[in-house]
Design a binder for this molecule. Structure first.
Ligand code: 4AD
Ligand code: MG
Length: 433
């Protein structure tokens, strides 16, 4: 009678009134005498399993009574649909216990963040954490899809590097055999600038490292960055690519992750409003606006985390802040020809107070100017020889940007702290598990 080919919870709608076999875990259970209600999860989704003593053998009913939270099982039964909701149930016909779980440390009572982070390897199973990682996966896939549709190819940048990319204050360093110091990459940008001279448009996607001393809800010491770079693209077009990418990502999540967004209680209408074009404002305009909102930001200050929250909390779409004072930005940014005190750059800030998602700019493409900038920033010319070479052999105007995956996941999921948006967060005070 039983169909032994395993099925998936996410495909139960195709098997109503049929017998299926599912493999997974019991994440909740309650029993009322002769009937047990098991909450079951197989990774692709969740369903309720009804075990009725009257329709089971003595051995099968004994097995049901042995179950504990997080026990692993293979179950077989008939599928039925909830009369009103898009939910499916299984009438249990057979059960095979794979393992009876020890008493599970994460219960129904409230746990503090430290306890949950100490048990991150288990916490990942909870419904909300499940939903966050599914959205993260969609964002990654949508990113690849967008770039491949737009003639970018993926190029991998190195993690061990001889030079800094984003300033020297947040570098993780190590001894590299007899060659002196090596540094963990803060961004693959400089390397993918080399690759555009071969491929035109490229992106990378990988872990980056910042020895951030800051303990904020937006900072990790290891996180995933996507850097994109394109030859012949100047400042305005750079912003267009970013807003199209972000719109594409949000639309993909809305299409593929309805269940996840529901679990996360994320307001769908808010996400549906995320369409290009995004808002744009110069740094000078942002400073003016922020002062009006009560910030004490100075003319030449970078925006702090609180400023980012303040300026975006009432927005319905992301906001580009462009043309920052060059002195608060990285050495590689091209200056605004209309005002050389300013950089041809933009940060993209998420609405609803989430803050910076993307940093990007047009790059300095003149050999002499870039050499001067490297010297002004007291960076070792020797390690940047290869980067300067790019300005000697067929230099072209070019631009790029990088997003922080965890910030993007946090905003789209409506989760304020980045520690929940990466499977195993690395923070200034956390390396375990
Ligand atoms: O603004 P950042 O520092 O820009 C760069 O690294 C450029 N080289 C990117 C490029 O032009 N290709 O970092 C890019 C993004 C930020 O906007 C933010 O979303 C994220 O990376 N980010 C962090 N995310 C988590 N923890 C941290 N400590 C982060 N620092 C930056
Ligand atoms: Mg930045």
């Amino acid at each position: 009678m039983t169909n032994k080919i395993p099925n998936f919870v996410c495909e139960m709608s195709k098997h109503v009134d049929e017998v299926v076999t599912l493999r997974g875990w019991i994440f909740n259970l309650r029993s009322s005498g002769k009937i047990a209600f098991l909450q079951f999860r197989d990774g692709t989704g969740f369903c309720q399993v009804i075990a009725n003593q009257a329709t089971l053998s003595e051995k099968q009913w004994e097995d049901v009574k042995k179950l504990t939270l997080e026990s692993s099982v293979i179950i077989t039964g008939n599928v039925s649909k909830h009369p009103k909701k898009e939910e499916y149930e299984l009438q249990l016909a057979d059960i095979q216990i794979v393992q009876i779980a020890d008493e599970y440390p994460i219960g129904k009572k409230e746990h503090g963040p430290d306890f949950l982070l100490d048990n991150r390897h288990l916490w990942l199973r909870s419904q909300k954490q499940w939903a966050i990682q599914r959205v993260r996966d969609t964002i990654i896939e949508a990113t690849y899809e967008f770039f491949h549709q737009n003639h970018f190819i993926k190029i991998d940048s190195p993690i061990l590097t001889p030079n800094a990319c984003e300033g020297t204050t947040t570098l993780f360093e190590m001894e590299y055999f007899d060659m002196g110091k090596a540094y963990l990459s803060q961004s693959g940008q400089l390397y993918i600038e080399a690759a555009i001279m071969s491929h035109g448009r490229v992106f990378d996607f990988g872990p980056v490292f910042r020895a951030e001393k800051s303990k904020t809800r937006r900072h990790l010491t290891e996180f995933w960055m996507m850097d994109a770079e394109a030859a012949f693209v100047e400042h305005d077009e750079n912003l267009k690519i970013q807003e199209e990418l972000v719109s594409h990502i949000v639309q993909s999540v809305l299409r593929d992750n309805h269940q996840e967004l529901t679990i996360l209680e994320r307001n769908i209408a808010t996400l549906e409003a995320i369409k290009a074009p995004f808002y744009r404002m110069t740094h000078a305009e942002a400073v003016h606006k922020l002062r009006g909102l009560g910030s004490d930001i100075k003319d030449d200050d970078d925006l702090g985390g609180d400023d980012e929250t303040l300026i975006t909390k009432d927005l319905d779409r992301p906001l580009f802040i462009e043309k920052y004072p060059a002195k608060v930005k990285a050495f590689y940014m091209k200056r605004d020809p209309n005002n050389p005190e300013l950089a041809l750059c933009a940060d993209l800030l998420a609405p609803e107070g989430f803050g910076e998602l993307i940093g990007g700019s047009q790059r300095e493409d003149s050999y002499e100017t870039l050499k001067t900038r490297i010297e002004e920033h007291n960076l070792p010319l020797k390690s940047f020889g290869w980067y300067l070479d790019l300005r000697k052999y067929g230099s072209v105007p070019h631009s790029g940007f990088g997003y922080g995956l965890e910030r993007l996941v946090g905003w789209i999921c409506g989760v304020p702290h980045v520690r929940e948006t990466i499977p195993f967060p690395r923070l200034i005070s956390r390396l375990y598990p």
